[in-house]
Design a binder for this molecule. Structure first.
Ligand SMILES: Cc1cc2nc3c(=O)[nH]c(=O)nc-3n(C[C@H](O)[C@H](O)[C@H](O)COP(=O)(O)O)c2cc1C
Length: 181
């Protein structure tokens, strides 16, 4: 059983990314895992200021004090990090990238807190069109550099042609969740 943290980088509470997360969580919970979803749009998370002076106090990894404290706590308690994002300009949403940048402060406390440490990662992407390849390639590279086991990705394409309220199940996301043990 794994403790799974989903970082939801969508700006929309009832959008396609949220639908993917619901299916993923259903599959993951049925497989016996615990799932915590952090909706980044609801949190006050400032952008990294690049000071490189974090890590002085492990209780407050970053020099900034904001809702990133909740992400640090959830991150420290999890085995699996799921990056859930709409495809924005063929990349992660700013909400997600912003929070991920702030994880750097954990490495300033202790490199092994961020890198390796037995963690795994997975990716959920909702795309208006059909070209997520650059993001998928980046995610693979990110897993490599982070030393996290790559559990794979689920992609919902052509959302521009869909009604989010009609998407009640995303099988690929559900199966990805169910594959985690
Ligand atoms: C700022 C912005 C940039 C986008 N860039 C892309 C893109 O590069 N490729 C693409 O296929 N869709 C793009 N889209 C469409 C979103 O990926 C799509 O609407 C997605 O399903 C939104 O997810 P959500 O329902 O969780 O908000 C973009 C949408 C916005 C608002």
């Amino acid at each position: 059983m794994a403790s799974i943290l989903v970082l939801n980088g969508s700006s929309r509470a009832r959008g396609f990314t949220a639908a993917m997360i619901r299916s993923f969580a259903q599959g993951a919970r049925q497989a016996g895992n615990t799932v915590q979803v952090l909706d980044l749009r609801t949190l006050d998370i400032h952008c990294c200021v690049g000071c490189l002076h974090g890590g002085a106090d492990p209780a407050h990894p970053c020099t900034q004090r904001d809702d990133m404290a909740r992400v640090y706590a959830a991150y420290r308690a999890c085995d699996v990090v799921v990056l859930a994002t709409p495809l924005f300009f063929w990349s992660y949403s700013g909400l997600l990238k912003n929070a991920f940048d702030r994880l750097w402060a954990l490495a300033e406390c202790e490199p092994d807190e961020l890198h390796g440490n037995g963690r795994s990662g997975a990716l959920l992407v909702a795309a208006g069109g059909a070209h997520p390849a650059q993001l998928l390639a980046h995610f693979d590279y990110l897993m490599l550099r982070m030393g996290w086991k790559n559990l794979g990705s689920a992609v919902l394409l052509h959302t521009d042609d869909l009604d989010a309220s009609a998407v009640t199940d995303v099988p690929q996301a559900r199966e990805l969740g169910a594959s985690i043990a």
